[in-house]
Design a protein around this ligand. Structure first.
Ligand SMILES: Cc1cc2nc3c(=O)[nH]c(=O)nc-3n(C[C@H](O)[C@H](O)[C@H](O)COP(=O)(O)O)c2cc1C
Length: 198
């Protein structure tokens, strides 16, 4: 079963990008993906600012990322990029820490003029950590998403549709639940057992 780490990169308590992430997680779970959730607010600010790699919370995050197949990252647009807090956490990932993994980013911002901010700002960072592939991200303006008084999160229909398409694409790059690793020494046996397709 595929494992995805979902990371909420907003420092806000009532965060729109975290709401969008929540909806993305629901869609992932419906697709049979196991999701491990983290939020910037899980971490002690000093650990992030002072680069404490040995912080137990940071180590738990790094360990989860190490064993995940994909990363679903949400952030508000801050000054035409992602949040600074998110960068402080990404900085604590080990070198090549995203090797072989797939990523999808979700962003919310005040203006549609900033639609591609995360794609532009985050991709070079993920590439430097040797990400395998980034699926095209989803951006919503503050008019498209909102927390309701009853605690539910509203996503405008066209944003929901774009999110659905992006999550489907993301899932298609994750390991299929029935896929098996090809083991050259056991190839004939694996084909006989029907555990791989060629
Ligand atoms: C410090 C700061 C910088 C921001 N910079 C931008 C920006 O450059 N472009 C934009 O469209 N919105 C900007 N915004 C608005 C937020 O991106 C927007 O309200 C977002 O939905 C907040 O997400 P959150 O609730 O998850 O924190 C900024 C907000 C703050 C607080």
């Amino acid at each position: 079963m595929a494992i995805v780490v979902a990371l909420a990169g907003s420092p806000s308590a009532k965060s729109r990008s975290s709401g969008l992430l929540k909806r993305g997680i629901e869609l992932l779970v419906e697709s049979g993906v196991t999701v491990q959730q983290f939020s910037l607010t899980d971490f002690v600010a000093e650990d992030l600012i002072y680069g404490r790699f040995d912080s137990p919370a940071v180590q738990a995050f790094n360990n989860a990322v190490k064993h995940a197949d994909g990363l679903l990252i949400a952030s508000p647009v801050y000054k035409a990029a992602y949040s600074g807090g998110l960068k402080t956490l990404i900085d604590l990932l080990p070198e090549h820490g995203l090797a072989g993994k797939v990523a999808l980013n979700l962003a919310t911002g005040g203006s549609a003029a900033f639609t591609l901010s995360l794609d532009h700002a985050l991709l070079p960072v993920l590439n430097s950590l040797k990400i395998k592939f980034q699926v095209g991200g989803v951006f919503a303006t503050d008019r498209d998403v909102a927390w309701q008084v009853d605690g539910s999160f509203h996503v405008a229909p066209d944003t929901e549709e774009r999110l659905r398409l992006a999550i489907n694409s993301f899932v298609s790059y994750l390991p299929h639940p029935l896929s098996a690793e090809l083991a050259p020494g056991r190839l004939v046996e694996q084909i006989r057992q029907g555990r791989i397709s060629v």
